[in-house]
Structure formats: structure tokens, C-alpha cells
Design a protein around this ligand. Structure first.
Ligand SMILES: [Zn+2]
Length: 162
């Protein structure tokens, strides 16, 4: 690894430690030429396979962009979007595969987005699942209503038990 200070072609690893639950390794390096120290991060590359067969590195920034677009005009703050993207990355990385279909990434977004904002969820789902009729929306909205009723029923129980 080239020294970022003096551009010397080599450096020595002085310390290695796991971070992020073993997802990545940080190495402390020392330059034999100028003596300065710097840190490198080693992380397994996660490739996303698009429908066309083309692969690209997984990008949390891309997830944030897509979700932000779906959340336009909705009362959703940037922190929530960043947190959602982090959850999505954790979900897809937890599968332990080196490659993941873009379809699965979209799937991993749907669940947390539904919890975050139902309108944004509908927007995202309509594109992702290529809704092409009102019936598709109706079916999805009915599913959302059923889930809301289930949540309400679950939430009402502890209160009435007191
Ligand atoms: Zn150096």
C-alpha cells in the first residue's frame, strides 16, 4: 500500500483489528520512508447483479438516493433514510453471498420503507413491482390496511388487559 503522505511505494502493517462485527478490518500502517502512520480499511466487496446481468458494487448512497426520491414531499428526515439504508445493507450482507440480485436489494428496502412511510412505500413498490393498473395499487393498499388493523389490535390488547 502506497504511503498517502510521501507516495513511497510500500508500507508496513503495525496493527490489524476487526470492526463492525467482523465486517471489516482496519489496519494501522507505518511508512518506512517518512515514518508517518495511516489507516486502511479492508471490506469484502458485495456485488449487485442487475437484471441485465451487469454487476456493480453495492452502494448505500444509491439506496439513499432511491429512497429519498420515493420520500419526496413526505415528512421523512435524512437521518431516517440513512438508517434505513444501513438496515438494508445489513440485511443483504447478512445473506453472506458475494453477489446479490438487484431484485433482492429492492425487496430488502420494501419492508423498512413500509414502516417508515406508507405513501413512500407505495411509490417505491409501484416502480419496483411495476404496478400497471389501479388494481395493483388497491391490492397493495388493502395489504397496508390489514397490517395497520393487525398492529392496532396488537397494540390494544395490553391496554385492555390492565
Ligand atoms: Zn511516507
Amino acid at each position: 500500500m502506497r504511503c498517502p503522505y510521501c507516495r513511497h511505494a510500500d508500507s508496513r502493517v503495525v496493527d490489524s483489528r476487526e470492526a463492525d462485527d467482523g465486517q471489516l478490518i482496519r489496519r494501522r500502517r507505518s511508512c518506512p520512508e517518512c515514518g508517518k502512520r495511516f489507516t486502511t480499511v479492508e471490506e469484502a466487496v458485495l456485488a449487485v447483479v442487475k437484471r441485465s446481468g451487469v454487476t456493480e458494487p453495492f452502494s448505500r448512497t444509491k439506496i439513499i438516493g432511491g429512497v429519498r426520491k420515493a420520500c419526496q414531499g413526505r415528512p421523512v428526515d435524512e437521518d431516517s433514510i440513512a438508517l434505513l439504508a444501513q438496515r438494508v445493507e445489513e440485511t443483504v450482507r447478512a445473506k453472506g453471498a458475494a453477489e446479490i440480485p438487484s431484485h433482492d436489494v429492492g425487496l430488502a428496502i420494501l419492508g423498512p420503507l413500509r414502516d417508515l412511510d406508507e405513501v413512500a412505500y407505495l411509490r417505491f413498490a409501484s416502480v419496483y413491482r411495476s404496478f400497471d393498473s389501479l388494481a395493483d395499487f388497491e391490492r397493495e393498499i388493502e395489504t397496508l390496511r390489514a397490517a395497520a388493523r393487525a398492529r392496532e389490535a396488537a397494540g390494544a390488547e395490553p391496554a385492555s388487559a390492565q
